[in-house]
Design a protein around this ligand. Structure first.
Ligand code: ATP
Ligand code: MG
Length: 648
């Protein structure tokens, strides 16, 4: 992996760095000397009804218990809205753009507060009580943000479900969470596809039957088509909610009361709902977003993630609002309705910070540089990325072409379980290395362990673990604490195990090598999937690739790669050529057993490649794929099975 490129601190002359290099070091030092003192100081970033005097209590051993700021009391919606009502009453809090619905809706802090209060009243009227669950299944529209904050205001636990889930997937999650109210939409478009929200929800409830606890549904009319409403259960969102009062006294919560539960993406198996609590989460959201991004007057953050993912929770809703920022949402997809659509949205809305997923960067890169160069992107100051490893090549394209070498690129590594950025740079305060998720934020005690569970020092490669709790750490898996302990705390005693592998270089920068179960062992050589994909990414004719290991009688495991060629280069790339290239770059042992040129890859609905499925397909399996509820498009599975079958 090319970790030789270093962009030094000070390279971005006009970037308004939050801290100096020394300032960052001082924070790290404070956090390691006096963790509780450090975190209690960070807790001051949000508004408390009763300020906490305690930092962490609990333990990573035995039954594992994680509690933060235990004696504090607060309401998260107050942290995100009320506290800005004097100073920032007329500042835009939320820009909500919907494709085909004219100019974006712009809600000030005052307007957002009013809407949240009306819905809080409506939910209370429907009988929702503190601690009960409310499922939110909406497209990217302002009501999604309002709904999350309204739950927070009444102390209900929100469960945001991705709109693209099947009825089965939704039914399973409604039953598991025992949600009492559902907030959904009529229909919505996702690119060229129509997503039937209400219809799917009806089917899910039918399927769940008596196992579901849902008694009411609010339906946002996101389209003009007629909607079937079940009298007594279903209400038209605005027809119902807009009559309620625009004021609601927030319910005061204990710091450890749950704020939300959220299902993970399902890249590695059956999705699990992790639980996050009010105090620790909001401090962590304010802190991590405040360290990586800036929220100065005029700043607009557009995080393109769907609210149904952790990035949507923290980078779209809670992080920007807890920092008094302006956040933008849009339901537009890259390249839709035309290449360069996103750049027009950046230009129109004067976006200063763009945060997206590597897969979106790669697809925009495939559209070619001209598409970007034609637009005025001078409003941009910072670029962010998260969700999957980004190859140095894609990083540099994002940096050089989109950011015109003016904007730092922050590659941030985090998980549903970490709730916020754990590895990531403080832009302007430290050097950047393309392809590396930089260093742990101050207060994060990152470790790399070897196969025996021994903690490594200095430059090392192994499993990524965290030695000390952080305020935004997931408290448990909903309804299954034993699975929580087993999944995250059994790899090494006293350490939180992330499930990912990483290499730490001599400067302390981290390079994610992929999921630990994706590390391929070829005749004793350990090879990360990300390393192979990085190498393939160097060939500009490759849009995207995925590497997996399959069992091999002699070598233990063998490498198989799937490659999506650029449309205009399909004829030039050959399977043999790719095989030779990988072997030349990584060594002969890494010569792939098979190479498949394919039109697409199986992805989760959050856009991540599902390698566990590719592993099975590569072995010639055509069924028994396990839980596929998180899969975006089933058709691609068949295409790939046919492809492998034809070539074997
Ligand atoms: P599941 O846990 O259900 O298998 P998931 O792990 O994909 O799904 P998320 O919590 O949404 O669900 O994703 C977190 C994972 O995404 C991380 O563990 C890591 O593998 C990957 N990831 C996130 N950010 C980065 C990054 N910057 N670089 C590399 N990988 C990343
Ligand atoms: Mg995971």
């Amino acid at each position: 992996m090319s970790d030789t490129t270093v962009i030094p601190t000070g390279f971005y002359e006009n970037y308004p760095a939050l801290l100096s290099e020394q300032g960052l070091e001082a924070m790290r030092d404070h956090a390691s000397r006096d963790p509780d003192g450090f975190w209690l100081e960070q807790a001051g970033r949000v508004h408390w009804h009763k300020k906490p005097t305690r930092g962490f209590s609990g333990s990573f051993t035995g039954d594992v218990s994680i509690r933060w700021f235990e004696d504090g009391q607060l309401n998260v919606s107050v942290c995100c809205l009320d506290r800005f009502l004097t100073e920032k009453a007329d500042q835009v809090a939320l820009i909500a753009h919907r494709e085909g619905h004219g100019p974006a809706e712009r809600l000030t802090y005052t307007m957002l507060h009013e809407r949240v209060c009306r819905l809080a009243n409506a939910l209370s009227h429907l009988g929702v009580e503190k601690g009960q669950r409310v499922a939110i299944c909406l497209p990217m529209c302002s009501e999604a943000v309002v709904a999350m904050l309204a739950c927070a205001r009444i102390g209900a636990v929100h469960v945001v479900l991705f709109g693209g889930f099947s009825a089965e997937g939704i039914a399973e999650r409604l039953v598991d969470s025992q949600a009492v109210v559902v907030i959904t939409a009529s229909t919505s478009r996702r690119g060229s596809k129509m997503v039937p929200f209400k219809e799917t929800m009806d089917a899910a409830l039918l399927r769940a039957g008596a196992s579901s606890a849902v008694h009411s549904m609010l339906v946002v009319r996101t389209s003009d088509e007629p909607v079937m409403m079940l009298p007594g259960r279903d209400h038209d969102y605005h027809g119902f909610v807009d009559h309620f009062e625009a004021d609601f006294v927030p319910v005061i919560m204990k710091a450890e009361d749950p704020l939300f539960m959220l299902y993970t993406s399902g890249s590695t198996g059956k999705p699990k709902a992790v639980v996050h609590s009010c105090g620790g989460y909001i401090v962590w959201a304010a802190y991590t977003m405040g360290m990586v991004y800036t929220f100065r007057p005029g700043d607009v953050l557009w995080c393109t993630a769907d609210v149904a993912w952790i990035t949507g929770h923290t980078s779209v809703v809670y992080g920007p609002l807890a920092n008094g920022g302006t956040t933008m949402i849009s339901d537009s997809l890259p390249g839709h309705p035309y290449p360069g659509r996103w750049w027009d949205l950046v230009q129109e809305n004067k976006v200063t910070m763009l945060f997206t997923a590597p897969t979106a960067v790669r697809s925009m890169m495939a559209e070619g540089d001209e598409v970007v160069k034609k637009r005025d992107l001078s409003s941009l100051r910072l670029l962010g990325v998260a969700g999957e490893p980004i190859s140095p090549d894609a990083w540099l394209w994002y940096h050089d072409v989109v950011g015109q070498k003016r904007c730092p690129v922050a590659d941030t590594w985090w998980q549903t379980e970490t709730a916020g950025v754990v590895l990531g740079p403080v832009p302007g305060a430290q050097a950047l290395k393309p392809g590396s998720a930089s260093t742990p934020l101050p207060g994060v005690d990152m470790r790399v362990i070897d196969q025996q569970g021994k903690v490594q020092t200095g430059a090392a490669e192994g499993a990524l673990c965290i030695a000390r709790s952080w305020p935004g750490q997931a408290r448990t898996i909903w309804g299954d604490h034993a699975r929580f302990v087993q999944t995250y705390f059994s790899a090494a005693p006293g350490l939180y195990f992330t499930g990912d592998g990483a290499r730490r270089d001599a400067d302390g920068y981290y390079w994610i090598t992929g999921r630990m179960d994706d590390v391929i062992n070829i005749a004793g050589h350990r090879l990360g999937t990300a390393e192979v994909e990085d190498v393939l990414g160097e060939d500009h004719r490759v849009v995207e690739s995925a590497a997996v290991g399959i069992p091999h009688p002699v070598k233990g495991e063998a490498l198989v790669v799937f490659v999506i060629p650029r449309k205009d280069a399909a004829g030039e790339l050959t399977e043999e050529g790719i095989g030779r290239f990988v072997a030349k770059q990584l060594g002969r042992y890494a010569a792939p057993e098979a190479v498949y040129l394919v039109p697409d890859l199986p992805r989760t609905r959050s856009g991540k490649i599902v390698r566990r499925l590719l592993r099975k397909i590569a072995q010639g399996e055509t069924e028994n794929f396990g839980d596929l509820s998180a899969l975006n498009d089933m058709a691609v599975v068949k295409t790939l099975c046919d492809r492998v079958w034809a070539q074997s």
